[in-house]
Design a protein around this ligand. Structure first.
Ligand code: UN1
Length: 489
């Protein structure tokens, strides 16, 4: 057993112990094992972090984008060099498999590399003027001090998505990661420190949920980027908007995979399994609903059940494990309740559902990969509510139209997956599915850094993330009417 890592906060270029209450993170596969511990940040640290971010903002904004990018590129190298060790720590603290942990750390490095190279491509525009001797310039400038609030499920990749563009485009950051997974936050701040990031440009505060509001309420805040639950996101977005602060919030999903009768069923089964159960279903882009064409439904569900029952569930420390635990006891309880409610409301159990109350898995926060079919004439909560776990709710569709209608039958609209070999159907889906991200013949999760990421309907609020969208959010424009300084020209 590795000894616990001592948690600290990174403020104005220095590591400091907090003045708040104690915090401990545990291994969800073996909850008696402490991964990291320390003291949370308190109001004094919030104030210090904001003051440092304000003090650093002019100089960082003036630093040539090329130099800012060079820091990010050096950070990418440090992150990559630590992929193995940090990936293992990630798996130990969050519960995803070792391969996924390592993959996520490498993904963070890729994101830092992308934005490290993108900063000095930040182009403005020059317009002609209706007046002689004048040009009109539109130039992009950083927002200023940005608050970054990130969730537990991607402890380094989601922070990278937000922090890398914030820094590349010249902002300073005050960052509050989820308190359940503080260790990878510490690692990311260490990578940026090692890369030579100037003091005050990134400030990391490990603290309770209420700290998000303390950051948003601070008068010096210029922007807020949030990913997490719908409830918290809506509250923080409202608080930020009420203060005139630019806000970007990525929230819930209830993402559908639609499998049409002409699909390659082998491919569809493989991809639906990945979408539903990778990261133990704890992704906002996870597949939590399946809509399957009536004609192939029995065959497809039998294949899925077989695959789900064969999935190796266990401690991510074991490299052969394919699905780890959920993040904590609260998550396990609410997902179990969700499954019990679905069964009580008349769902048909296709796979999983058992409680792991005895045996090897009893001591960790394990949930089996679970598939539940909803009878045609029933309304079930599991169809609408995001459980954020390895639970897939299934409905059958009699026609393509009905399949698309069912896919849109959600207040959320983050991502969807469509399985078909018919290009006409795929083209229809682009127009008809109300989602921010559509995967045709691949799983509903997954995102590349150079293209926009974000949802339709209630999944997101404000500008999207990544690619050109990130530049839109993390900068504002100044329009300059520029004339020469000579009279009479
Ligand atoms: C992915 O689909 O690989 O919170 C990333 C989340 C998303 C990230 C999804 N913001 O799960």
């Amino acid at each position: 057993m590795t000894s616990p890592v001592q948690l600290q906060h990174y403020i104005d270029g220095a590591w400091v112990p907090g003045t708040g209450s104690p915090i401990t993170s545990y291994n969800p596969a073996r909850p008696d094992e402490v991964v990291a511990q320390g003291l949370q940040a308190g109001p004094a640290e919030v104030e210090q972090a904001m003051t440092a971010a304000v003090a650093a903002k002019r100089e960082w904004a003036r630093t040539p984008a090329h130099e800012r990018g060079a820091v990010l590129l050096r950070a990418a190298v440090v992150i990559e060099q630590n992929a193995e060790a940090w990936g293992l720590e990630l798996a130990r603290e969050e519960g995803k498999t070792r391969a996924e942990g390592r993959g996520e750390v490498l993904r963070a490095a890729q994101i830092f590399r992308y934005y490290g190279n993108d900063g000095d491509r930040t182009a403005g525009e020059i317009f002609s003027s209706p007046r002689r001797g004048e040009k009109i310039l539109i130039t992009r400038k950083p927002l200023g001090v940005v608050g970054v609030v990130t969730p537990f499920n991607f402890p380094i990749a989601i922070p990278a998505w937000k922090i890398a563009p914030a820094l590349a485009y010249g902002n300073t950051v005050v960052w509050k990661p989820a308190s359940t997974v503080p260790l990878l936050a510490l690692r990311l701040a260490q990578a940026l420190e090692a890369a030579g990031l100037p003091a005050g440009v990134l400030n990391l505060l490990i603290g309770p949920g209420s700290m998000g509001s303390s950051i948003v309420e601070h008068p010096a805040l210029d922007g807020l980027t949030f990913t997490g639950s719908t409830g918290v996101g809506r509250r923080l977005a409202a608080e930020a908007a009420g203060r005139g602060v630019s806000v970007q919030a990525e929230m819930g999903g209830k993402n559908a995979a639609v499998v049409l009768a002409d699909a390659d069923l082998e491919l569809a089964a493989e991809q639906v399994m990945l979408g539903a159960f990778r990261s133990t279903g704890q992704k906002c882009t996870a597949t939590s609903r399946l809509i399957v064409a009536e004609a192939i439904a029995d065959e497809f569900l039998a294949t899925l059940a077989e695959r789900a029952n064969a999935l190796a569930v266990g401690d991510p420390a074991d490299p052969t494990v394919q699905m780890g635990p959920v993040v904590n006891d609260g998550a396990r309880k609410s997902i179990r309740d969700g499954i019990d409610t679905a069964l009580a409301q008349g769902a048909r159990l296709i796979a999983g559902g058992q409680k792991y109350d005895d045996g090897d898995l009893a001591s960790g926060y394990f949930i089996p990969p679970t598939i539940l079919e909803i009878p045609a004439d029933r309304e079930l909560d599991v169809w609408r509510e995001e459980l954020f776990g390895p639970v897939l709710a299934v409905r059958r569709a009699a026609s393509v139209e009905q399949a698309f209608e069912l896919a849109n039958d959600s207040e959320f609209g983050l991502s969807a997956a469509l399985f078909t070999q018919d290009v006409t159907r795929a083209l229809d889906a682009i127009d008809d599915l109300d989602v921010g991200i559509l995967h045709v013949n691949s799983e509903s999760a997954g995102a590349d850094p150079h293209v926009p990421f974000g949802g339709a309907k209630k999944s997101g609020y404000g500008p999207k993330e990544q690619g050109t969208a990130a530049k839109e959010f993390f900068t504002h424009t100044t329009t300059v009417y520029l004339r020469g300084g000579t009279a009479g020209v």
